[in-house]
Design a protein. Structure first.
Length: 307
Protein backbone atom coordinates (compact mmCIF):
# COMPACT_ATOMS: atom_id res chain seq x y z
CA UNK A 1 0.00 0.00 0.00
CA UNK A 2 2.94 2.35 0.61
CA UNK A 3 4.71 1.74 -2.71
CA UNK A 4 4.96 4.68 -5.08
CA UNK A 5 2.58 4.23 -8.01
CA UNK A 6 2.77 6.13 -11.30
CA UNK A 7 -0.38 6.23 -13.43
CA UNK A 8 0.66 7.23 -16.95
CA UNK A 9 -2.27 8.72 -18.81
CA UNK A 10 -4.25 9.63 -15.70
CA UNK A 11 -6.50 12.04 -17.60
CA UNK A 12 -7.55 9.49 -20.20
CA UNK A 13 -10.52 7.17 -20.13
CA UNK A 14 -8.84 4.22 -18.40
CA UNK A 15 -6.13 6.07 -16.50
CA UNK A 16 -8.57 8.43 -14.79
CA UNK A 17 -10.58 5.48 -13.48
CA UNK A 18 -7.49 3.54 -12.40
CA UNK A 19 -6.46 6.60 -10.39
CA UNK A 20 -9.93 6.90 -8.86
CA UNK A 21 -10.12 3.19 -8.00
CA UNK A 22 -6.65 3.21 -6.43
CA UNK A 23 -7.67 6.11 -4.21
CA UNK A 24 -10.94 4.39 -3.29
CA UNK A 25 -9.00 1.27 -2.29
CA UNK A 26 -6.72 3.22 0.02
CA UNK A 27 -3.59 3.72 -2.09
CA UNK A 28 -2.16 7.14 -1.32
CA UNK A 29 1.41 7.25 -2.70
CA UNK A 30 0.39 8.00 -6.29
CA UNK A 31 2.12 10.30 -8.76
CA UNK A 32 0.76 11.69 -12.00
CA UNK A 33 2.05 14.02 -14.70
CA UNK A 34 0.06 15.92 -17.30
CA UNK A 35 1.15 15.94 -20.94
CA UNK A 36 2.40 19.51 -20.50
CA UNK A 37 4.49 18.47 -17.50
CA UNK A 38 5.95 15.36 -19.14
CA UNK A 39 5.78 14.47 -22.82
CA UNK A 40 6.05 10.68 -22.82
CA UNK A 41 7.30 10.81 -26.42
CA UNK A 42 10.48 12.51 -25.16
CA UNK A 43 12.92 9.73 -24.28
CA UNK A 44 15.39 11.74 -22.20
CA UNK A 45 12.64 13.55 -20.28
CA UNK A 46 10.93 10.25 -19.42
CA UNK A 47 14.17 8.65 -18.21
CA UNK A 48 15.02 11.71 -16.11
CA UNK A 49 11.55 11.60 -14.53
CA UNK A 50 11.85 7.91 -13.65
CA UNK A 51 15.35 8.29 -12.22
CA UNK A 52 14.23 11.21 -10.06
CA UNK A 53 10.87 9.91 -8.85
CA UNK A 54 11.75 6.17 -8.65
CA UNK A 55 8.17 4.84 -8.93
CA UNK A 56 7.79 1.19 -7.92
CA UNK A 57 4.58 0.33 -9.76
CA UNK A 58 3.44 1.61 -13.16
CA UNK A 59 0.07 1.57 -14.88
CA UNK A 60 0.88 2.40 -18.51
CA UNK A 61 -2.50 3.70 -19.68
CA UNK A 62 -1.16 6.55 -21.81
CA UNK A 63 -1.78 6.14 -25.54
CA UNK A 64 -2.76 7.94 -28.72
CA UNK A 65 -6.26 6.55 -29.33
CA UNK A 66 -9.23 7.07 -31.63
CA UNK A 67 -12.05 5.43 -33.53
CA UNK A 68 -12.11 3.83 -36.98
CA UNK A 69 -12.08 7.16 -38.83
CA UNK A 70 -9.13 8.60 -36.89
CA UNK A 71 -7.15 5.35 -37.15
CA UNK A 72 -7.75 5.16 -40.88
CA UNK A 73 -6.91 8.83 -41.51
CA UNK A 74 -3.78 9.27 -39.35
CA UNK A 75 -1.98 5.89 -39.29
CA UNK A 76 1.53 7.42 -39.17
CA UNK A 77 0.66 9.42 -36.05
CA UNK A 78 -0.95 6.40 -34.38
CA UNK A 79 2.04 4.11 -34.87
CA UNK A 80 4.72 6.72 -34.13
CA UNK A 81 3.17 8.27 -31.02
CA UNK A 82 2.27 4.94 -29.45
CA UNK A 83 5.64 3.35 -30.15
CA UNK A 84 7.43 6.34 -28.63
CA UNK A 85 5.28 6.35 -25.48
CA UNK A 86 5.60 2.61 -24.92
CA UNK A 87 9.31 2.30 -25.65
CA UNK A 88 10.23 5.26 -23.48
CA UNK A 89 8.15 4.24 -20.45
CA UNK A 90 8.95 0.52 -20.53
CA UNK A 91 12.69 1.07 -20.99
CA UNK A 92 12.83 3.76 -18.31
CA UNK A 93 10.90 1.48 -15.96
CA UNK A 94 13.56 -1.20 -16.40
CA UNK A 95 16.48 1.21 -16.06
CA UNK A 96 15.08 2.82 -12.91
CA UNK A 97 14.30 -0.49 -11.17
CA UNK A 98 10.50 -0.49 -11.26
CA UNK A 99 9.11 -3.54 -9.42
CA UNK A 100 6.09 -4.10 -11.66
CA UNK A 101 4.49 -2.53 -14.74
CA UNK A 102 1.09 -3.12 -16.30
CA UNK A 103 0.77 -2.25 -19.99
CA UNK A 104 -2.63 -1.67 -21.55
CA UNK A 105 -3.02 -3.02 -25.06
CA UNK A 106 -6.12 -3.39 -27.22
CA UNK A 107 -8.22 -6.20 -28.63
CA UNK A 108 -7.46 -4.89 -32.14
CA UNK A 109 -4.15 -6.79 -31.89
CA UNK A 110 -5.95 -9.95 -32.99
CA UNK A 111 -6.29 -10.99 -36.65
CA UNK A 112 -9.26 -9.59 -38.60
CA UNK A 113 -10.67 -13.07 -39.23
CA UNK A 114 -9.67 -14.46 -35.84
CA UNK A 115 -11.52 -17.51 -34.47
CA UNK A 116 -14.13 -16.50 -31.90
CA UNK A 117 -13.93 -15.95 -29.03
CA UNK A 118 -10.38 -14.61 -29.35
CA UNK A 119 -8.00 -16.44 -27.02
CA UNK A 120 -4.63 -15.03 -26.07
CA UNK A 121 -2.78 -17.67 -28.11
CA UNK A 122 -4.36 -16.42 -31.37
CA UNK A 123 -2.05 -13.41 -31.45
CA UNK A 124 -0.02 -13.15 -34.70
CA UNK A 125 -1.89 -15.99 -36.43
CA UNK A 126 -3.37 -13.89 -39.27
CA UNK A 127 -3.64 -10.51 -40.98
CA UNK A 128 -4.82 -7.47 -39.03
CA UNK A 129 -7.85 -5.29 -39.76
CA UNK A 130 -6.46 -2.65 -42.22
CA UNK A 131 -8.37 0.32 -40.76
CA UNK A 132 -6.52 0.17 -37.42
CA UNK A 133 -3.40 -1.76 -38.40
CA UNK A 134 -1.01 1.01 -37.30
CA UNK A 135 -2.44 1.14 -33.79
CA UNK A 136 -2.55 -2.66 -33.55
CA UNK A 137 1.09 -3.04 -34.59
CA UNK A 138 2.14 -0.50 -31.97
CA UNK A 139 0.20 -2.34 -29.26
CA UNK A 140 1.64 -5.70 -30.31
CA UNK A 141 5.11 -4.16 -30.07
CA UNK A 142 4.32 -2.94 -26.56
CA UNK A 143 3.21 -6.29 -25.21
CA UNK A 144 6.12 -8.04 -26.91
CA UNK A 145 8.49 -5.49 -25.42
CA UNK A 146 7.17 -6.36 -21.95
CA UNK A 147 7.58 -10.07 -22.73
CA UNK A 148 11.15 -9.65 -23.97
CA UNK A 149 12.22 -7.42 -21.05
CA UNK A 150 10.91 -10.12 -18.73
CA UNK A 151 12.83 -12.80 -20.63
CA UNK A 152 16.14 -10.95 -20.95
CA UNK A 153 16.23 -8.81 -17.82
CA UNK A 154 13.98 -10.65 -15.37
CA UNK A 155 11.53 -7.75 -15.24
CA UNK A 156 7.95 -8.12 -14.02
CA UNK A 157 6.11 -6.31 -16.82
CA UNK A 158 2.63 -7.65 -17.56
CA UNK A 159 0.15 -6.78 -20.32
CA UNK A 160 -3.63 -6.75 -20.53
CA UNK A 161 -5.79 -6.59 -23.67
CA UNK A 162 -9.09 -4.81 -23.00
CA UNK A 163 -12.14 -5.09 -25.18
CA UNK A 164 -14.00 -1.94 -26.32
CA UNK A 165 -14.25 0.42 -23.35
CA UNK A 166 -16.72 3.20 -22.58
CA UNK A 167 -17.90 5.35 -19.70
CA UNK A 168 -17.35 8.72 -17.99
CA UNK A 169 -14.35 10.70 -19.34
CA UNK A 170 -14.71 9.09 -22.77
CA UNK A 171 -14.03 11.04 -25.97
CA UNK A 172 -17.25 12.27 -27.61
CA UNK A 173 -15.63 14.09 -30.54
CA UNK A 174 -17.38 12.79 -33.65
CA UNK A 175 -14.16 12.96 -35.69
CA UNK A 176 -12.06 10.82 -33.37
CA UNK A 177 -14.32 8.92 -30.95
CA UNK A 178 -15.16 5.22 -30.80
CA UNK A 179 -18.52 3.84 -31.84
CA UNK A 180 -20.41 3.91 -28.51
CA UNK A 181 -19.71 7.53 -27.46
CA UNK A 182 -20.14 8.68 -31.08
CA UNK A 183 -23.58 7.07 -31.28
CA UNK A 184 -24.57 8.40 -27.89
CA UNK A 185 -23.72 11.96 -28.88
CA UNK A 186 -25.33 11.71 -32.33
CA UNK A 187 -28.56 10.26 -30.95
CA UNK A 188 -28.68 12.79 -28.10
CA UNK A 189 -28.24 15.69 -30.52
CA UNK A 190 -30.85 14.22 -32.86
CA UNK A 191 -33.29 14.16 -29.95
CA UNK A 192 -32.55 17.80 -29.07
CA UNK A 193 -32.92 18.90 -32.70
CA UNK A 194 -36.00 16.76 -33.37
CA UNK A 195 -34.16 15.14 -36.28
CA UNK A 196 -36.20 12.35 -37.89
CA UNK A 197 -33.17 10.12 -38.55
CA UNK A 198 -29.68 9.33 -37.25
CA UNK A 199 -27.01 7.94 -39.58
CA UNK A 200 -25.03 4.97 -38.31
CA UNK A 201 -21.84 3.93 -40.11
CA UNK A 202 -21.86 0.53 -41.79
CA UNK A 203 -24.43 -2.23 -41.98
CA UNK A 204 -25.02 -2.57 -38.24
CA UNK A 205 -24.18 -6.27 -38.45
CA UNK A 206 -20.65 -6.41 -36.90
CA UNK A 207 -20.58 -7.81 -33.38
CA UNK A 208 -18.75 -6.02 -30.59
CA UNK A 209 -18.08 -6.48 -26.88
CA UNK A 210 -18.20 -3.50 -24.50
CA UNK A 211 -16.79 -3.14 -20.98
CA UNK A 212 -17.65 -0.31 -18.59
CA UNK A 213 -14.45 1.54 -17.79
CA UNK A 214 -14.81 1.35 -13.98
CA UNK A 215 -14.85 -2.43 -14.31
CA UNK A 216 -11.72 -2.21 -16.47
CA UNK A 217 -9.91 -0.15 -13.84
CA UNK A 218 -10.82 -2.59 -11.08
CA UNK A 219 -9.65 -5.50 -13.23
CA UNK A 220 -6.27 -3.80 -13.79
CA UNK A 221 -5.73 -3.32 -10.06
CA UNK A 222 -6.79 -6.91 -9.34
CA UNK A 223 -4.34 -8.20 -11.96
CA UNK A 224 -1.55 -5.94 -10.72
CA UNK A 225 -2.05 -7.34 -7.22
CA UNK A 226 -2.50 -11.01 -8.13
CA UNK A 227 -0.92 -11.87 -11.51
CA UNK A 228 2.77 -12.26 -12.35
CA UNK A 229 2.87 -14.58 -15.38
CA UNK A 230 4.62 -13.47 -18.56
CA UNK A 231 1.57 -14.13 -20.78
CA UNK A 232 -0.83 -11.26 -21.39
CA UNK A 233 -4.47 -11.40 -20.30
CA UNK A 234 -7.69 -10.48 -22.09
CA UNK A 235 -10.08 -8.22 -20.16
CA UNK A 236 -13.71 -8.20 -21.22
CA UNK A 237 -17.23 -9.36 -20.48
CA UNK A 238 -17.52 -12.37 -22.76
CA UNK A 239 -20.81 -10.88 -24.04
CA UNK A 240 -21.32 -9.35 -27.51
CA UNK A 241 -23.97 -7.26 -29.29
CA UNK A 242 -24.35 -6.08 -32.88
CA UNK A 243 -23.80 -2.42 -33.71
CA UNK A 244 -27.50 -2.32 -34.62
CA UNK A 245 -28.45 -3.64 -31.15
CA UNK A 246 -26.06 -1.16 -29.54
CA UNK A 247 -27.65 1.75 -31.41
CA UNK A 248 -31.12 0.59 -30.36
CA UNK A 249 -30.05 0.38 -26.70
CA UNK A 250 -28.61 3.90 -26.85
CA UNK A 251 -31.74 5.14 -28.61
CA UNK A 252 -33.89 3.76 -25.77
CA UNK A 253 -31.65 5.15 -23.01
CA UNK A 254 -31.59 8.61 -24.61
CA UNK A 255 -35.32 8.52 -25.33
CA UNK A 256 -35.01 9.25 -29.05
CA UNK A 257 -38.07 8.38 -31.16
CA UNK A 258 -36.60 8.82 -34.66
CA UNK A 259 -35.23 6.26 -37.08
CA UNK A 260 -31.75 4.75 -37.33
CA UNK A 261 -30.38 4.75 -40.89
CA UNK A 262 -27.40 2.49 -41.64
CA UNK A 263 -24.94 3.79 -44.26
CA UNK A 264 -23.54 0.67 -45.93
CA UNK A 265 -21.09 2.77 -47.95
CA UNK A 266 -19.09 3.29 -44.74
CA UNK A 267 -16.68 0.59 -43.46
CA UNK A 268 -17.82 -2.06 -40.98
CA UNK A 269 -14.38 -2.95 -39.70
CA UNK A 270 -13.75 -6.41 -38.24
CA UNK A 271 -16.88 -8.59 -38.48
CA UNK A 272 -16.67 -9.88 -34.92
CA UNK A 273 -14.49 -9.14 -31.87
CA UNK A 274 -15.29 -11.21 -28.80
CA UNK A 275 -12.56 -11.89 -26.26
CA UNK A 276 -12.04 -15.24 -24.57
CA UNK A 277 -11.93 -14.18 -20.91
CA UNK A 278 -11.64 -17.64 -19.37
CA UNK A 279 -8.14 -16.94 -17.99
CA UNK A 280 -9.43 -13.74 -16.36
CA UNK A 281 -12.35 -15.64 -14.84
CA UNK A 282 -9.89 -18.24 -13.54
CA UNK A 283 -8.36 -15.43 -11.47
CA UNK A 284 -11.80 -14.87 -9.94
CA UNK A 285 -12.56 -11.56 -11.67
CA UNK A 286 -15.88 -10.90 -13.44
CA UNK A 287 -17.38 -7.66 -14.73
CA UNK A 288 -20.10 -6.07 -12.59
CA UNK A 289 -21.83 -3.52 -14.85
CA UNK A 290 -23.95 -4.77 -17.76
CA UNK A 291 -24.27 -2.82 -21.01
CA UNK A 292 -27.62 -1.11 -20.41
CA UNK A 293 -26.64 0.01 -16.89
CA UNK A 294 -23.26 1.19 -18.15
CA UNK A 295 -24.80 3.25 -20.95
CA UNK A 296 -27.27 4.77 -18.49
CA UNK A 297 -24.38 5.78 -16.20
CA UNK A 298 -22.42 7.16 -19.14
CA UNK A 299 -25.38 9.16 -20.49
CA UNK A 300 -26.04 10.63 -17.04
CA UNK A 301 -22.41 11.77 -16.85
CA UNK A 302 -22.56 13.14 -20.42
CA UNK A 303 -25.61 15.24 -19.59
CA UNK A 304 -23.86 16.60 -16.48
CA UNK A 305 -20.82 17.80 -18.43
CA UNK A 306 -23.06 19.59 -20.93
CA UNK A 307 -24.64 21.73 -18.20
Amino acid sequence: MEGKIYVAGHRGLVGSHILECLQEQGYTNIITMTRNELDLRNQSAVLDFFMEEKPQYIFLAAAHVGGIQANNTYPAEFIMNNLQIQCNVIDAAYKSGVKKLLFLGSSCIYPKMCPQPMAEEYLLTGELEPTNEAYAIAKIAGLKMCEFYNRQYGANFISVMPTNLYGPNDNFDLESSHVLPALLRKIHEAKLNNSPTVEVWGSGEPLREFLYVKDMAEACICIMENYDAANFLNIGTGVEVSIRQLAEIIKNVVGYSGELVFDVSKPDGTPRKLLDVSKLHDLGWYHKVDLIEGIEKTYKWYLEILI
